[in-house]
Design a protein around this ligand. Sequence first.
Ligand SMILES: Cc1cc2nc3c(=O)[nH]c(=O)nc-3n(C[C@H](O)[C@H](O)[C@H](O)COP(=O)(O)OP(=O)(O)OC[C@H]3O[C@@H](n4cnc5c(N)ncnc54)[C@H](O)[C@@H]3O)c2cc1C
Length: 494
Amino acid sequence: AAFSVGSRAILRSLGDTEKKVEVDHAVELNATNFDAVLRDTPATYAVVEFFANWCPACRNYKPQYEKVARLFNGPNAAHPGIILMTRVDCALKINTNLCDKFSVGHYPMLLWGSPSKFVAGSWEPNQEKKEIRALEDWQTADGLLTWINKQTSRSYGLDDEKFENEQLPSNISDPGQIARAVYDVEEATTTAFDIILDHKMIKSETRASLIRFLQVLVAHHPSRRCRKGSAKVLVNFDDFSPSHMQSADKQEVVNNNGKGGLGNFPICGKEVPRGYWIFCRGSKNDTRGFSCGLWVLLHSLSVRIDDGESQFTFTAVCDFIHNFFVCEECRQHFYQMCSSVTSPFNKTRDFALWLWSTHNQVNERLMKLEASLKTGDPKFPKIIWPPKQLCSSCYRSHHHGDMKFRQIDWDQDEVFKFLTNYYGNTLVSLYKDREFLRNDGIDGALEDLVVSTNAVVVPVGAALAIALASCAFGALACYWRSQQKNRKPRRSWN
Ligand SMILES: Cc1cc2nc3c(=O)[nH]c(=O)nc-3n(C[C@H](O)[C@H](O)[C@H](O)COP(=O)(O)OP(=O)(O)OC[C@H]3O[C@@H](n4cnc5c(N)ncnc54)[C@H](O)[C@@H]3O)c2cc1C
């Protein structure tokens, strides 16, 4: 079957059947999804194999190609998010033009390049600019991987397994690593909403808090497609969760993952979840992932809001974690810290620093706990953050490694500056280039609205209908309008 990479279909397909039958790991592309999949992938490189289904040599080659593809594609890959391995069947009529554009003259033919170079791209054997190159020595899995290792200066092995011999980059001292985290923020957002639906967590008493958190996402999520998806969910929320319905009926409608339910609105687009983590990937199973992605999401929201939104965002975040984070200890502990705040936040800076300090208190607690229980990730021990390697100016004076968070003489102006840059500009720096390529015209009006105003403006008719149907929505429409009036010029981050 032809799947878009990382789509729910491919995730489920791999998850369900991998153990039972041999599944294809290379992603089959065709003219309808070729550009979209290559544009949206977090991978740094792509391999495209052009083949024909009737070609015996291609059939014989497939197991070799698959041996390499399994290392890089899918949730069980040993090295996910680095190289996207794909194939295009040139024997299908729909792909004729696509194969012509890449001058496919024999089967199989393999091309290599940055995924974005394939989007609306072409290739000719003797072209001067070699942004896309023909692969050499691809005939065996060994040869293909050796060639890939040479291009990437890595030493991947055909026998590599997930979490074995992990060559994880240290993200402690390289601030640029956070740019890859935007994909994890998308993954975490989708995971959070999948959990909410799977656990049937939208109830009359939690509904308003979800709406408030969605509002913040619509305006300030670092990923444009999550802003767009959140806006769609929000605008249609009342259809799924009519406030006048009885709880039992409501559950059926709200949590329905099939047609007609919220499950119809993949909150960050249909390519997400991809099934793996990049910045938040642990060196063993179940150590980082979702909770890391959630923290990064919260920090990235905290530096994007305007001063006037800081108290609203504080409440939205605290209630969201309290109502929807299914780690009992985490949500209780976090809520205690929320409850101990005595005066309202008036500034972005104050809320961003509060979240940073709260996260450090969690780190401090877990440092001891994980050391004694040996439950932490050995490659990512908890630290007081940011370490000096990331932000030396955050420290006013020399400090010893064993000092407690509160004993350190922080320069809070520098910490805020660092957070703003790290979770603001740097987080979206990679993504911005890819977004630039986006030209699908789908939902253009809504997208423009979200991007140009930094908040969704509910179309008048829809807003009226929503406001009439739901008091909560009436209130939020007012909130939006007041935010629109007070809105400052948009920051340059996204
Ligand atoms: C709201 C919340 C509350 C939690 N409470 C608990 C709990 O009570 N008990 C428990 O066992 N687990 C708790 N967790 C999970 C835990 O905090 C970690 O997320 C998890 O152990 C994975 O750790 P990690 O190494 O990926 O780093 P994480 O702590 O998840 O951090 C993710 C990334 O954020 C950056 N970072 C680290 N510290 C800071 C900081 N102070 N400010 C800004 N950025 C920072 C780093 O780049 C780090 O890699 C909580 C998670 C969340 C989202």
